[in-house]
Design a protein around this ligand. Sequence first.
Ligand code: IPE
Ligand code: IPE
Ligand code: MG
Length: 246
Amino acid sequence: MMMENESNHHAPASLESIPYHVGIIMDGNGRWAQARGWPRLAGHQAGVDNIRRVLESSVRFGIKVLTIYAFSTENWHRPPEEVTGLMRLLGMTIKRQLNELHRNGVQIRHSGRLSGISPELQDQIRHALEVTRHNDRIILNVAFNYGGRAEILDAVRRIIADGISPDQLDEALFSQYLYTSDLPDPDLIIRTGGEWRLSNFLIWQAAYAEYYATPTYWPDFDEEELYKALCEYNVRERRFGRVLET
Ligand code: IPE
Ligand code: IPE
Ligand code: MG
């Protein structure tokens, strides 16, 4: 990755403001494959391959944190062979790409529940986090076995266990108990695949994120598409509930 031999790169300078933290709901893998008469898992494979491409583009644009929604707590309800295939894909991807990601300064994070994931895959995830923890070129935060409601419940449980009193608790302290405790909230949430919903993604953190949806299926979402999303972000006026002086 990070090869500079592709043409047609967009100069980051052409965008005035670059979102620090971008979240992507990588949807449409199944339909991408079905449109070609292929099994859904072929779409997931293509989707995984695309992560690397979009990660490279994100580095070029100057994005510092990329959170990708890879497997939701609701995705367990898919057919068992698809679930198994998705688990295997994550394991294979870590095996094949960890060294290169590490060499390229990518810090890998995980947001989600480790429990429920097989012990072998848990070990692989922990290893990937450990190896890359000092990298600072970009943070790739993988939301895997992630659900926003599960995250909030996990936070509440730990807050109670820590004996935090009601008057001590405020939004800042609550945020400290989320999986994303040391990351800033996302500025921009992109959803591919044509749906306009969050599907339980970063429901606390995205309270004031800008939202961008495109019909493009995730395996086809490339640098040009990311550029379009960033252009749209640039014309949004983020008010955070205030009245802006003109
Ligand atoms: C998103 O693609 C990837 C995961 C949810 C794991 P989908 O598998 O949801 O693709 P569609 O929405 O069925 O096309
Ligand atoms: C959201 O996609 C989850 C991921 C991209 C991992 P889904 O395909 O699971 O969402 P719904 O079912 O369309 O809401
Ligand atoms: Mg989907």
